[in-house]
Design a protein around this ligand. Structure first.
Ligand SMILES: [Zn+2]
Ligand SMILES: [Zn+2]
Ligand SMILES: [Zn+2]
Length: 206
């Protein structure tokens, strides 16, 4: 009881209830030291935090934290950003042909050169979305990359549909030699940015 009386005559801080002060001056000093400086710090750190666009209440210290959150919570998120200006169909089919052309030029004649290929192509986000729209496995809003994975049975056909070209993965030479694209099944594809396509490329001679 004694203790209770004693405590009740003291002034307590509204933010940290366990802190009590003899008088208002004590409280004021505490407030200035603890809360005013803390508040400005808090303010600064909230400002520099990165927010998840998909769950606005979640914020992270740095990009790494947000990446982790995206990988766990939004690993199946695949809706491209809404503000994209859709490309006219001619522009999209032109981009398709460019993609096919570049893939084919990557097919080498010599068996020694067969192997995984990374293709880097400059393009507009809207072109990419125009071509791959319903085949996007994952879109990262914070880093703005897209992930399209084509693997397993039907992957080649799937890309034939996308490119509108059944021979997209075949390069024919005058001597009737052909080189083929073999699609990679590896999970590494997950880590590839939208600018790249991972293609294995063993060679087939006729
Ligand atoms: Zn306090
Ligand atoms: Zn989120
Ligand atoms: Zn993932």
């Amino acid at each position: 009881m004694k203790q209770y009386n004693l405590a009740s005559t003291r002034i307590s801080c509204s933010l940290c209830q366990h802190k009590t002060f003899k008088n208002e001056r004590g409280l004021r000093i505490h407030w200035q030291r603890t809360h005013q400086s803390k508040n400005t710090q808090n303010f600064a750190s909230t400002n520099s935090r990165i927010f998840c666009v998909l769950c606005p209440r979640k914020s992270y210290k740095n990009q790494k934290g947000l990446n982790h959150h995206e990988a766990i919570v939004h690993s199946h998120y695949n809706t491209p950003q809404a503000e994209l200006i859709s490309q006219p169909s001619e522009a999209i089919s032109e981009f398709r042909s460019i993609l096919v052309y570049i893939i084919q030029t990557k097919l080498k004649t010599s068996a020694k050169e067969a192997g995984q290929q990374i293709i880097t192509i400059p393009y507009l986000e809207s072109q990419f979305v125009g071509v791959f729209n319903s085949f996007i496995n994952r879109y990262s809003p914070s880093r703005r990359w897209y992930n399209c994975i084509f693997s397993g049975i039907g992957a080649y056909e799937c890309l034939s549909q996308i490119f509108g070209d059944e021979k997209w993965g075949v390069r024919e030479y005058k001597n009737k030699q052909q080189t083929w694209v073999i699609l990679n099944r590896s999970e590494e594809c997950l880590e590839h940015y939208n600018k790249r396509e991972s293609l294995s490329q063993p060679k087939l001679e006729i």
